[in-house]
Write a protein that binds this ligand. Structure first.
Ligand SMILES: *Cc1c(COP(=O)(O)O)cnc(C)c1O
Ligand SMILES: [Zn+2]
Length: 430
């Protein structure tokens, strides 16, 4: 029943305990491939339902509840888990109306222990680091990967090394990495260059790379789909809409759906829509040319979590689009921040990149691709407190090139009841 590593292009196979990220024969990305015949006789909806609400590790984790589908062979005591997952699926009728569908849910991955979905991948990646006997782990990051790596490395007693670009890192993320004790290195280069550097340094120094090129991270991230579908009592929505940066999440979604379908845990495959920022849209550009070419680009967007111009998981994301009859859409920073303000105002909140899911849905409804009667789940990838700077600048109208459609301006008052009454009488209930 042993799982193996397999190249997605030439199908060359490698043992699961090899330290490698891409195929030695052709350079292709690797999948962790499980023994599906074994799983067919082992997993069932009932098995996963029985584990709901358990206090027992590792099954109390929203990742390891599905251990057989994530890493069947790993010993429970090797697993490094906070635990993660078990995030809410919010019905949002007012936002459904805004985007133009009858039924919209938001699954909030910002509710993970370090505030982003990256924890679901990191528990898989750090666990594999321990299986391999690695002492140091590293990543390049737009922020959330580092925060998550730093936390899980500390928990597992490994040294975490995180590479950042030296500007435009959201404050909450940088603070987390420092606080959790990772060795932080600021490099005057963008994310894409930093990722190249990490891979180079890691090979030379024997450090384990935990960017999403690492297939064990994607195994953990599949659990977003498993958990969502279990929350729907094993029914599938029509659409799953997700922001796309390095395309790890969207890649994991395709693999998760194909495995659930193959194991007959679902009876149809939902469509996946990947939403990119206009200034960081290499997948979108390739999509409109039917994936005939792919060109890396220089990325610019206020949604820093998806400011990536050369997504490492491009080929796997294309596989997801083909498997699910999916779509790729792009949205502007203006649209992202206004949509974020609406999500925040529901009392839910998210970081800028996450709002792609909402406004991307609206665009696809306007184009007639998502139909009003279809059920949509948008993924909120990160927590509202990750990037407080953008929030305050948006609401005070001080972001360059952004005109806030839903500002909530702070009021200034003298310390007198009359002055305060004046303010409240002029604001009214909104
Ligand atoms: C990492 C991240 C993304 C992008 O996810 P990919 O898997 O790289 O496409 C989107 N939103 C947030 C908040 C993130 O942290
Ligand atoms: Zn290969």
């Amino acid at each position: 029943m042993t799982s193996i590593l397999q190249c997605i292009d030439c199908k060359e196979q490698y043992p699961i305990d090899r330290v490698m990220y891409t195929c030695e024969a052709c350079g292709g990305l690797l999948d962790v491939v499980h023994d599906m015949d074994y799983l067919r006789h082992t997993v069932s909806r009932e098995l996963f339902d029985q584990r709901l609400g358990t206090l027992e590790p590792p099954y109390n984790s929203g990742v390891w509840r599905y251990k057989e589908l994530i890493y069947p062979d790993v010993e429970a005591r090797t697993i490094i888990s906070r635990p993660e997952g078990n995030t809410n699926l919010y019905p949002v009728p007012r936002l459904a109306e805004w985007v133009g569908v009858k039924t919209l849910f938001l699954k909030h991955e910002g509710e993970n222990p370090t505030g982003s979905f990256k924890d679901r991948g990191m528990t898989g990646g750090l666990t594999q680091a321990r299986v391999l006997g690695m002492k140091r782990v590293a990543c390049a990051s737009t922020g959330n990967t580092s925060a998550s790596l730093a936390s899980y490395a500390a928990l597992g007693g490994l040294e975490g090394v995180v590479f950042f670009q030296d500007k435009q890192i959201a404050l909450g993320k940088l603070a987390q990495s420092v606080a959790y004790g990772a060795t932080g290195i600021q490099v005057s280069a963008d994310f894409d260059r930093n990722l190249e550097l990490v891979r180079e340094v890691a090979t030379k120094l024997g450090i384990y790379v935990l960017n999403s090129v690492n297939p064990f991270r994607l195994e953990g991230q599949k659990s977003i789909i498993f958990e969502m579908i279990q929350q729907f009592r094993w029914k599938t929505p029509d659409w799953i809409v997700v922001p796309g940066g390095n395309l790890g999440n969207s890649s994991a979604f395709g693999k998760a759906l194909s495995e659930l379908y193959e194991l007959k845990l679902i009876d149809r495959i939902p469509r996946v829509a990947i939403i990119q920022a206009e200034g960081a849209n290499p997948l979108y550009r390739s999509f409109v040319k039917e994936f005939e070419e792919f060109e890396p680009m220089h990325a610019e967007t206020l949604a820093t979590a998806i400011k990536i111009g050369n997504p490492v998981n491009y080929a796997k994301a294309v596989r997801t689009i083909h498997l699910t009859d999916g779509m790729v859409e792009q949205v502007s920073d203006q649209e992202i921040l206004d949509a974020k303000a609406l999500i925040d105002r529901q009392g839910i909140g998210c970081e800028p990149a996450s709002a792609c899911s909402l406004v991307g849905t609206k665009k696809l409804v306007e184009k007639g691709i998502i139909k009003p009667h279809e059920t949509v789940v948008g993924i909120l990838t990160g927590h509202i407190l990750k990037d407080p700077d953008v929030v305050l600048k948006y609401h005070s109208g001080t972001l360059a090139d952004i005109k806030a459609a839903y500002p909530n301006k702070l009021h200034q008052s003298e310390p007198s009841a009359d002055a305060i009454r004046n303010i409240l009488e002029n604001t009214g209930t909104q």
